[in-house]
Design a protein. Structure first.
Length: 252
């Protein structure tokens, strides 16, 4: 597989219609298997896009290993990156979140891809606020369910609260939440900067909270997130919820 990969990269480097090439997928996040395919993104000049698309997408089925394609290739025109992201799309985002730039002929590809892996600046504030509000809302509802001994409702609210909280802390860095399959690995290798505790403790509390509506773990996470939010422009949301915040913390 390595031989075919090196040959393809060499050919792409020589192709004047190709501006950049990046590698994504499991091979960039230390989660690869021996037979993992190569997820390649090829960026062509705008004028050569159709030609490059036709030429290189054929490689998907040209080389096989154990009956599976060696390459998973997507070809993009250069303008796709210069225009930037127009919406929040977790599927597209994940494609750019973990990449290694292999070819960068104009010394701009790395920066363009990095920007594609971020929530658009015009949308980040609304996204973060929405998830922070949802987080507090679901924590409040979980506290009520626990008080009323509604275990089923508490588990559902716990799950919704965790999802919103993860979206919030990643969103504070303009990042979207990674696939849950890779969440722990991402938290270990590149944790959000606003979790309010060590990544080790964050993962421990997160696992406990995900397993059940564990109040101790939820409280620890909630206190840390609130502390971080108070230092940000989202402090006004805490004020808007008022006594409900202290009510959530007092609930046992």
């Amino acid at each position: 597989m390595k031989k075919e990969f090196k040959k393809l990269i060499s050919d792409l480097d020589k192709d004047k219609g190709v501006v950049g090439v990046f590698l994504g997928g499991s091979r960039t996040i230390n989660n690869k298997r021996e037979n993992s395919d190569y997820d390649l993104g090829i960026i062509s000049t705008n004028s050569k896009f159709k030609e490059c698309h036709k030429r290189y997408t054929k490689f998907k089925n040209k080389y096989m290993h154990d009956g599976l394609p060696i390459f998973d290739i997507m070809v993009f025109p250069y303008s796709y990156f210069t225009k930037g992201m127009k919406k929040i799309d977790p599927i597209i985002y994940w494609y750019y979140e973990n990449t290694n730039v292999l070819i960068d002929k104009d010394n701009k590809i790395g920066r363009l891809i990095k920007e594609m892996a971020l929530i658009p600046k015009s949308m980040v504030d609304e996204y973060v606020r929405d998830n922070f509000n949802k987080y507090i809302y679901h924590e409040h509802n979980m506290a009520i369910c626990l008080k009323e001994k509604n275990a089923f409702g508490a588990r559902l609210e716990s799950s919704a609260a965790i999802q919103s909280m993860i979206n919030f802390v990643f969103g504070m860095d303009r990042r979207l939440t990674p696939k849950y399959k890779y969440l722990e690995l991402t938290l270990q290798n590149r944790p959000p900067t606003h979790i309010g505790m060590s990544k080790k403790m964050f993962i421990i509390y997160l696992k406990r909270a995900a397993a059940s509506p564990d109040r101790k773990s939820h409280k620890s996470l909630f206190m840390a997130v609130i502390k971080e939010a108070k230092k940000s422009r989202y402090n006004n949301i805490i004020k808007e919820w008022g006594n409900m915040i202290s009510g959530i913390l007092k609930c046992s």
